[in-house]
Each structure stands twice: as C-alpha cells, then as structure tokens.
Design a protein around this ligand. Structure first.
Ligand code: CA
Length: 225
C-alpha cells in the first residue's frame, strides 16, 4: 500500500519509512505540514500518518483539509502529547486513530494494518462506481459507458477500477504498477502506457468527452465529473 508520513523529526520519519518499506509498503515522507498537505492532496495514498506538531501547518489542519477535499484515506495521528482534548480534536478533524509518542514500532504497524484492513472492507462494500456516464459494477464485473457494455480483460478492469477509485487525482506509473500489478517483477512502467492505450480505445473511443487524461511526465488521471 502507498503510505504518506508527515513528520518533522527526521530520524523518526526515516525510521518509519524504513519500517514500512520492510513491510512491503511504499512510503513517502514530508518533513513539514505544507508539503505534507500538498503530497496528501496529490498522491492517492491509502493511509496518512500525520505528526501533530509540525512546522508551517499542524497535523489537525492537514487532516481537516484532506477531508474537505473528500479524500477518505485513513489517518493515523502521532503526537507527543497524550491529552484528552488532543485526542478529541484529532478525531473531530477526521483522524481515524491516534498514537502517543514514544511508541513501539510493533504498535504502529499493528494500527496501520488494522486501518488498512478496515479501509479494504469499506471499499468492498461500495460495489458500484461511477464517473460521468462510465460505471463499474464490481459484483457483476461489468463496465459500461452509458448503455454500452465494455469488454475488459482482468488487468484492464483492475486498472480502470484503480483510476476510478482515485478519480480526479493523477496517478504515477509507479503507483499504478504497485496497485494493479502488485509485485509482479515483469511489470514495467511501459506496461502501464500500453494498458492505458487499450483502455482508452475501449472506454473513450468515439466519446464526446474522453475521461482518461494523460498528465505529461507524471502519469494518468480519470476526470471526476
Ligand atoms: Ca513534531
């Protein structure tokens, strides 16, 4: 999974990245609140780990802005303070869990896995997705553009599902490979370009408003309508 760590204590931030990477997650790190928020808004993360006290912008504000932008990635808040009011404020701003420093890495990893499992269950329950007139039915494994049924291979379906889950956000080739091809060593970033080409041909061909956009030098995005 793709995890963002926003933590200004560099040693802790780098340790978190290392520990998460060992657990086969992909972790990005920001050392201040403003760049953390930028990354959170642009990154299509599966989980955010936010320190509370940060330069420029605190963890509460990041969390509030992320929720305002309708991003529903779970948020784990870290703080040196254990006060009840911090906990309450944290949960009110949309944080899902709370961990008081200093903590054991095992404890952090257990919380991370629990939040990711909960998110998976919630995503499983939303079995229908829609962007403009494009719909994806995960139960019947069907894609439609308006009334037209689109025949997709399993990989094309997984790619479209990932784009639609993150509609409005640009996804890098690396993120797409991580999610759609998992740890398949054969998967290279040019595989993404090839599959996007197939998908575009099936989803957007002849459509008045093409939905799959190329973001030059970055990756791909499906427009949120
Ligand atoms: Ca701090």
């Amino acid at each position: 999974m793709h995890i963002l760590v926003v933590e200004d204590e560099r040693r802790l931030a780098d340790l978190l990245r290392r520990v998460l990477t060992e657990e086969r997650h992909v972790a990005d790190v920001a050392y201040d609140g403003a760049s953390g928020l930028d990354m959170a808004l642009g990154g299509a993360y599966d989980l955010l780990i936010l320190d509370l006290m940060l330069p420029i912008m605190d963890g509460f504000t990041i969390c509030r802005e992320v929720r305002k932008a309708k991003l529903d990635a779970p948020v784990l808040m870290l703080t040196a303070r254990g006060a009840v009011e911090d906990r309450v404020t944290g949960l009110k701003t949309g944080a899902d869990d709370y961990l008081v420093k200093p903590f054991a890495m095992e404890e952090l990893l257990a919380r991370v896995e629990a939040l990711l499992r909960r998110r998976d269950r919630e995503l499983d329950m939303s079995r229908q997705m829609r962007v403009a007139d494009l719909t994806l039915d995960l139960t019947r494994h069907e894609a439609r553009r308006g009334e037209r049924l689109i025949e997709l291979t399993p990989k094309e379906f997984a790619l479209l599902e990932y784009l639609m889950r993150n509609a409005g956000q640009t996804l890098t080739r690396t993120q797409i490979v991580d999610h759609v091809w998992r740890y398949d060593a054969e998967a290279l970033s040019n595989v993404v370009d090839i599959y996007i080409h197939y998908l575009r041909d099936k989803v957007d061909r002849g459509a008045e408003h093409p939905l799959i956009k190329t973001v030059r030098g970055v990756g791909y995005r499906i427009e949120r309508q």
